[in-house]
Design a binder for this molecule. Structure first.
Ligand code: DX5
Ligand code: ZN
Length: 221
């Protein structure tokens, strides 16, 4: 088991003070960048210019979660803006495997995500095509929602298959991760944990990151 990856979502940050908000999570492993287009999900967040601005003020791995329609039209824009990984939704992609290959050809990690209602089974034979799988533990679109524990069934299935096939695909979980829920997610086999409100809702953001990491480390054993 590798050390858990803690990825604060800047969706929950103060957008008017983004440079300080990035600095405030200096102890995080990654930064999670939630792009919403108001079509694939009923909410609008921000786009490539904000990613580009964040990339200028940090060297951290920028984990870009595209909750957008027609991701194939947009991935190059986000890669150019500084994405370290690009995660798109299988519900929105025409050909997820072709799109992942396109992303990887540019030296960027490729991942897919699925809404809570989308089954994982059809994807289990194709995990070698992806660097990351982002399991949604809330309905995508908004921060601050309650964790859906039934989504851990997907994590357990992914963990079994990734280990059986000797892959290094990262299982990341997104939505409602906090000090109350991260242990269950770590025990189920997650490698990476997105946390928006649990980190940016805390007075001391770095302390929240370290608490989450300690809980995940202990629960993963
Ligand atoms: C939801 C986003 C999440 C969200 C997480 O659509 O993908 O990354 O910001 O926020 P919390 O941790 O507050 O559930
Ligand atoms: Zn996300």
């Amino acid at each position: 088991m590798n050390a858990p990856i803690i990825a604060p979502s800047i969706l929950a940050a103060d957008f008017a003070r983004l440079d300080r908000e990035v600095e405030a999570v200096s102890k995080a492993d990654w930064l999670h960048i939630d792009v919403m287009d108001g079509h694939f999900v009923p909410n609008l967040s921000f786009g490539a210019p904000v990613l580009e601005a964040v990339a200028k003020v940090t060297d951290k791995f920028l984990d870009v979660h595209l909750m957008i329609e027609a991701p194939e039209k947009w991935v190059d824009t986000y890669i150019k803006a500084g994405a370290s990984s690009v995660i798109f939704h299988v519900e929105a992609a025409d050909d997820a495997i072709a799109l992942a290959r396109h992303i990887r050809e540019q030296g960027v990690k490729a991942g897919f995500s699925l809404r809570p209602g989308t089954p994982i089974e059809p994807w289990l034979d194709h995990l070698a095509e992806f660097d990351e799988v982002l399991v949604m533990s809330v309905e995508p679109g908004f921060g601050g929602q309650s964790f859906m524990p039934d989504q851990l069934d997907k994590v357990i299935k992914l963990r079994e298959r990734i280990d059986a096939d000797g892959l290094d695909t990262i299982i990341e979980i997104d939505g409602g991760i906090s000090a109350k829920t991260i242990e269950a997610a770590a025990a189920a086999g997650c490698d990476a944990f997105v946390a928006g409100s649990a980190v940016y809702g805390a007075e001391d953001r770095n302390a929240a990151v370290e608490e989450l990491r300690a809980l995940a480390t202990a629960a993963a054993k």
